[in-house]
Write a protein that binds this ligand. Sequence first.
Ligand code: SF4
Ligand code: SF4
Ligand SMILES: [Zn+2]
Length: 274
Amino acid sequence: MEITFSRLDDTVARFQLRASSPSFANAFRRAMIGEVPTLAIEDVRVYDNTSALFDEMLTHRLGLIPITTDLKCYVRKESCSCEGEGCAGCTATFTMSVEGPCIVFSRDLIPQDPSAKPAMENIPIVKLTKDQKLVIEARAVLSTGRHHAKWQPTNACGYKNYPVISISEMCDGCGHCVEECPRNILEVEGKRVRVIEGRTEECSLCRLCERACLGSGIGEESAIKVTSDESKFIFVVESDGSLPVKEIIEQALVYIRDRSDDLIEKIGEISEGT
Ligand code: SF4
Ligand code: SF4
Ligand SMILES: [Zn+2]
């Protein structure tokens, strides 16, 4: 298995996964979405809320704010030495005290630990009119997207099979497929059509080019054929800001490796017992 990045910054990664299989690609996608832990607000103590929102709606909105997460500093509550009581090792605490008129933004959540803060400052939470108040204390804990979407570290995480575009000798360069392609991948050169250099990955596998070719009266078989490579995938992963995208990828791979090791161990135990 090989991974080659064509883009990698803190929030977005685009990469090719090669020498793999559809089942691994899907397991990898699911691990990035549902098995990488992040912090999210889970408990809210509302001291004063005279805004137009019910406490429940307000706390739901707070839960969805991505919180920057340093996985070296926090452990899950259930495996913490405090035995679930809540301490600085498993819980990040925030306070908020705002009086209207104003819009309450995520930046109004004041973190106790500066490394665990709202990933974006300008997420609107609620609008307060004159004399309306909001005074709360919130606690964020580590968990995964498998338990609730608020712990998903990704905004977007998907892949497609790598496109394979072949053009046969029957092509006469009529250009119908070039006009039809919505991604501008094809061009006519001389008497033949070809893929513009470096554009193959942009193909959406829509196969409109094949339909256009058949519609041009070429016969029963299209001169252009679009298929996909079942062992090669193009991934796009976008972080919600809680973790750098590189860490999401690494943590997902560690998760898959650990689960595979567990499985091998269990199979070993069963084989020894028979
Ligand atoms: S499959 Fe769609 S995107 Fe790909 S080359 Fe054909 S028309 Fe263009
Ligand atoms: S429509 Fe068919 S024949 Fe015409 S340029 Fe495209 S592949 Fe060639
Ligand atoms: Zn603890």
